[in-house]
Design a protein around this ligand. Structure first.
Ligand SMILES: [Zn+2]
Length: 223
């Protein structure tokens, strides 16, 4: 099997991974022979092929989202189509129908629409969890932060990235609970995670899933 990147290290065993571009990366001990490496990866051929396929599928999906052929809304993919008879961006079945006149300035118009629909949904979740946790932020606002999904400062201002509207509801809820928990604990101590866990016992799974969507934070930065 063709190895794209072979890294020799001081490790004792061989590790196999697939890069985001679908390349096969092998890390191997310095003295390990190529023949031996080949026998090890031959045994893992099914795993390698399956993972490479998944990575490439993901990459293709991401590509269409980066160039706005598709959009994500609450974890669902919608294919962008233009229509000169409608006035507003509308989601219908698996389509995101966009007025033809927006086609020249698609990104800017999609951002405007995203923010408009994100606000009531996000505020609704904040209200729900504020009541549940008996915590209320002084102010909540939409953010455009490059590096994070949400934040909370010592003045009780909670900021939620409008791109949260692209991910599934359970991940939105995780970010909301996380930021509200900062109203009690301004750090990421055990106490803090205890507060998060008391509301969302499966927060770790959600946190991990959201991490996979971090690339979405770099979307819609061209206009
Ligand atoms: Zn935090």
């Amino acid at each position: 099997m063709n190895i794209d990147i072979l890294i020799r290290t001081n490790r004792k065993s061989i590790s196999i991974s697939i890069s985001p571009q679908g390349e096969l990366i092998i890390k191997a001990p310095r003295r390990c022979s190529l023949e031996y490496i080949q026998t090890v990866i031959a045994k893992k051929e099914d795993w390698i092929n399956l993972h490479r396929k998944r990575v490439l599928e993901n990459q293709n999906l991401n590509k269409s989202i980066f160039n706005h052929e598709d959009i994500l809304f609450c974890g669902q993919v919608y294919h962008v189509v233009f229509d000169n008879k409608i006035k507003h961006i509308t989601l219908e079945n698996e389509y995101c129908i966009v007025p033809q006149k927006y086609s020249d300035d698609l990104e800017k118009n999609l951002i405007k629409w995203y923010k408009k629909v994100a606000a009531p949904i996000l505020w609704g979740r904040v209200e729900y969890f504020s009541n549940l946790m008996q915590l209320s932020p002084n102010k909540v606002r939409l953010s455009n932060a490059r590096g994070c999904w949400g934040s909370c400062n010592s003045l009780g201002l909670v900021s939620l990235n409008w791109r949260l509207i692209m991910v599934p509801h359970d991940l939105i809820d995780y970010v909301v609970v996380h930021e509200l928990a900062h109203l009690v604990q301004m750090n990421h101590s055990q106490l803090f995670w205890g507060v998060v866990k008391s509301v969302l016992p499966d927060f770790a799974v959600r946190r991990k899933a959201l991490k996979k969507g971090d690339y979405l934070l770099s979307l819609y930065r061209n206009s």
